[in-house]
Write a protein that binds this ligand. Sequence first.
Ligand SMILES: [Zn+2]
Length: 186
Amino acid sequence: MPPEIDNRTPASPHERFMRLALRQARAAADLEEVPVGAVIVREGQLIAQAHNQVELLKDPTAHAEILAITQAAAALQDWRLAGTILYVTKEPCPMCAGAIVLARIPRVVWGVADPARGGAVSLFPIFQNPRLNHRVEFEGGVLEEECRGLLQDFFRKHRADRAAGSAGASRGGAGADPADGRPAPT
Ligand SMILES: [Zn+2]
């Protein structure tokens, strides 16, 4: 069984880096991208920061985490991102969770869980899968309300745009509308 997500509100140093990830997510929103941001830190130093660019690059794989992993690997000159922590505003999707495993990232911290599509622990529990050769420690719920609010505002706006007949493109390549996949109350 995967461990439960730790949703306690932490008074943690994680918040500092999650704020940088949130800044990236806001930059994505300003560019009409699904607002997800990620940063990678090693020994307290920022080595990568990125936001979702699926629309700009017209690339379904241009998620924040993937772009940040590529940056970090270039910075370290190593595909093994040993000793790093990846901060991301939303629980990674299955593609990104797979890339995180391949990069051997030891720890991931996210803001809001994605019960409908999450690939770390929610829909596909990749991070602690005993059949894979790398396990990823994780913590959720860091600045959760801000991370969720950004996504909800974005999808609310785009639903309103669609309803008004403008902005025909559907969004969601980089992720989930958290509003349509909320966990059942427990
Ligand atoms: Zn992803």
